[in-house]
Design a binder for this molecule. Structure first.
Ligand code: ADP
Ligand code: ZN
Ligand code: ZN
Length: 763
């Protein structure tokens, strides 16, 4: 018999590898791979860690400490999760401890404590729900309804119940929230008592908590149209041979309905489904749609939930909460770390979206790519969906690595929106602009408002105006700790740094030439909101950006007001570009396409196309064709021309040519090293040292070191080195060489004052 004396433990540090502890006899029976344990590390501080491996190989170090205790009665992490963590740490060149920190709800991660506090347990809120007291047959039900003819109020309530629960149609005895039922039946709380007394309905307490607002009547899933059916069958066909299918469907073609059919199929097989969305703002509407079909088994997971709630969702996905397990999880990128035990399908909606990439802190992972790996570990399938797929994914589809299916028409044969270019430079010159609005946009808005239709205006910057400038000498107030100009926020009357949050009051005079009268330049969402209220004084205006969506429910409120037609004009940043499905919304204005196109990044054109395509996809989704007005000073720009024709394929072709010519992904792999130091000169010499070292191995594949666009953040100067690796080159050995070069640098005298970050696929 082998005795397992040692455990390799993952601890929440940025140091590579695991840490070995001995297993005292009294806990040997309670510890296994994936257990969460408490250990001492450095001094007397306690940390929680996850057991990676149990073995009896005596470590060389003499100074092995024992595991202090096992924290839970069951392993918190399963073997597949550990494999995913390992993959992420190797691929994205970070420690497995950093992955653990990103993966676990923070209540499960104790760091440097001197004693353990037991985190508060999440207490769900319970509310009365109503259900049929038994599964009546049609005959029985008809008899009951007949008898109620003399009690019209009760009849009304029962009819409303049958409607809401879906019992009339599907014979599922689903409980309905009592207050929702009473509202639907326009009845008072007492009026339900008769039905309870007669034993027709019964009450039970059911948890609502985080989801109260989403209780929506059950609906059977929709029948697919012929084109959707064909796409659905193609996906099923692809899955017989491949693991990944790309669903390229124009906006409003009904991709979500296809996902719903795929989800149903998996749930019937008893498997779990992960539905990833790039942005939590989007979850509101999608949740409502999915809840109609799958509410009892659907969970939501993202950063807006409290720690206690997240622990609870974690347990439900693991199946540790008997009878309450979640099998469909909707979430933003961190949802991929949940303890799935039987995953059948991953859906990555809006797969092209940049928010799937975590830039800071480490692990700098891409949730789409990691989700594909997760699916592979579960032998599950992945569907990537988009109206304008990323260049990489589309390339993978064309090369046969992924299967491809397309939906070229909107559901119900609604035409894609008409796109109108409005030349803002010319309008300024001819003095036709009203504030920041061209005559074309104003006309379209007037027309829509006249018909009580709704409008969204997209502006990629929040705040009042991006910056303040001295009209005399051009001086611009900058953040004291970052090399960026401050953004003027009129609501709070201050200038704010969007990188570090620093804020300052508005100077009364120029900081350079002391002349008074600084002026505001450019415009953000807040300024547009102000101007719209002047131009359209009768319209009801709302704004959705980071500043107006700080609260947990603020997204819901804004979106609900739009759905219920309480808002005529919604102004927002890219948050509003995705996913929204509003029936009465017919006009979309893109206020300034130029600052999208001119962003200095190899993906700027691809991203602008995707964003414009997507935001215009919000217009005219139901009855009639929508209108999109794009304001630009450069109407001949080739990307804008392609958006005009919704011409994805040519955008792809042109982008591929450019990427090949300038050697960008997918033709190479990129790894970016960023080096920070508080002193500029020392940063220069250390980064030059690393650059020279790397050049010895990688030669002309090394670009930089150079100062990035934002060269200082929070007092740290930044330099970056970019490594472009040939696609054919095996990547693991190259990563090893890079790691070695960095360790050499770290051994240099004074190098401990550096912060070094590695970003694999930094885009
Ligand atoms: P996408 O996800 O491609 O943007 P959606 O799935 O949101 O498209 O579909 C657009 C609109 O058309 C939605 O309001 C949706 O409910 C409706 N729709 C799509 N497919 C069907 C269908 N088969 N039956 C009824 N309505 C549908
Ligand atoms: Zn700053
Ligand atoms: Zn000045």
């Amino acid at each position: 018999m082998t005795v397992n004396h040692f455990a390799d433990i993952i601890l929440p540090f940025a140091v590579k590898g695991t840490f070995t502890y001995s297993i005292p006899g009294e806990i040997a029976g309670h510890i296994s791979t994936g257990s969460r344990v408490l250990v001492q590390f450095g001094g007397r501080k306690l940390y929680s860690g996850i057991v990676y491996r149990i073995h009896d190989e005596t470590p060389s170090s003499l100074n092995i400490r024992p595991v202090s205790r096992v924290l839970d009665p069951y392993p918190v992490v399963n073997e597949i999760q550990l494999k995913l963590w390992l993959w992420i740490s190797e691929y994205y060149m970070c420690s497995i401890g950093e992955v653990m920190k990103a993966a676990l709800p923070s209540d499960l991660c104790l760091e440097g404590v001197s004693e353990i506090h037991v985190p508060e347990k999440y207490r769900p809120r319970e509310e009365p729900f109503i259900r049929l007291s038994s599964d009546f047959t049609d005959d029985e039900l008809n008899e009951i309804l007949d008898k109620l003819a003399k009690a019209p109020v009760q009849l009304k309530i029962l009819t409303a119940f049958l409607e809401l629960s879906g019992y009339a149609e599907n014979k599922v005895n689903r409980a309905v929230n009592k207050s929702v039922l009473l509202k639907e039946a326009h009845s008072s709380p007492g009026s339900i008592d008769g039905l309870l007394r007669k034993g027709i309905l019964s009450v039970l307490l059911q948890e609502t908590g985080r989801l109260t607002d989403f209780i929506s009547p059950f609906e059977p899933i929709k029948q697919l149209s012929e084109e959707q059916e064909r796409a659905f069958n193609t996906v099923s066909g692809i899955f017989r041979e491949k693991d990944i299918a790309l669903l390229h469907g124009v906006t409003s073609s009904g991709k979500t309905e296809i996902y719903i059919h795929l989800i149903e199929e998996q749930l019937k097989l008893g498997r779990q489904v992960l539905y990833l969305l790039p942005e939590i703002a989007l979850t509101t509407q999608i949740i409502q749609r999915l809840y109609k079909h799958f509410s009892p088994v659907t969970g939501i997971y993202h950063s807006r939930f409290s720690n206690a709630e997240r622990v609870e969702i974690w347990n439900r996905v693991a199946g540790l909460d008997p009878g309450k397990d979640y099998r469909l999880i909707i979430g933003a990128r961190s949802a991929l770390f949940l303890p799935f035990h039987n995953l059948g399908l991953v859906i990555v909606d809006e797969e092209h979206d940049g928010s799937y990439k975590q830039h800071d802190p480490s692990p700098r992972y891409h949730a789409r790519d990691s989700a594909i790996v997760l699916a592979g570990l579960h032998k599950a399938k992945t569907v990537l969906g988009s109206a304008s797929p990323s260049i990489e994914s589309y390339n993978n589809a064309l090369s046969g690595k992924y299967g491809l299916t397309e939906l070229k028409e909107r559901f119900g044969s609604i035409k894609l929106p008409e796109i109108i270019l409005a030349n803002s430079r010319e309008a300024y010159r001819k003095k036709l602009m009203v504030s920041h609005f061209t005559p074309q946009l104003l006309e379209a808005m007037d027309e829509a408002l006249g018909k009580n239709e709704q409008i969204i205006l997209f502006q990629n910057r929040r705040g009042f105006s991006p910056y303040i400038e001295c009209p005399e000498c051009g001086w611009i107030p900058k953040c004291i700790q970052c090399a960026v100009s401050l953004t003027y926020h009129k609501g709070i009357g201050r200038m704010v740094c969007h990188y570090c949050g620093f804020s300052a009051s508005i100077p009364s005079q120029c900081g350079n030439c002391q002349s008074p009268g600084l002026s505001t330049r450019g415009f953000g969402t807040e300024k547009i909101e102000d101007e719209i209220k002047i131009v359209f004084p009768a319209a009801r205006v709302a704004r959705m950006d980071q500043d107006t969506t700080k609260g947990k429910k603020s997204f819901d409120k804004i979106i609900r007001a739009l759905e219920e037609r309480q808002t005529d004009i919604l102004i927002g940043t890219q948050m509003i570009s995705k996913g929204l499905d509003i029936e009465n919304l017919t006009v979309v204005g893109v206020l300034n396409a130029d600052n999208l196109l001119n962003y200095p990044d190899f993906r700027a054109h691809e991203r602008s196309f995707q964003l414009m395509e997507q935001v215009s996809g919000r217009a005219g989704r139901r009855q009639k064709q929508g209108k999109v007005i794009i304001q630009t000073s450069d109407p001949d720009n080739k990307i804008i021309r392609l958006v005009l024709k919704h011409d994805y394929k040519n955008m792809f072709r042109i982008q591929m040519e450019e990427r090949r010519a300038f050697n960008y992904p997918p033709f190479c792999r990129m790894i970016k090293i960023s080096i920070r130091h508080k002193e500029r000169d020392l940063l220069n010499s250390f980064s030059d040292l690393l650059g020279r070292d790397l050049r010895k191995t990688f030669g002309k594949n090394i670009l930089g070191p150079e100062f990035p666009l934002i060269s200082q953040v929070q007092l740290w100067y930044i330099k970056t080195i970019l490594i472009k690796l040939e696609r054919e080159r095996p990547v693991a050995p190259a990563k090893k060489l890079i790691t070695e070069a960095i360790s050499r640098l770290e051994k240099e005298k004074g190098a401990s004052a550096l912060k070094i970050g590695i970003d694999v696929d930094p885009y």
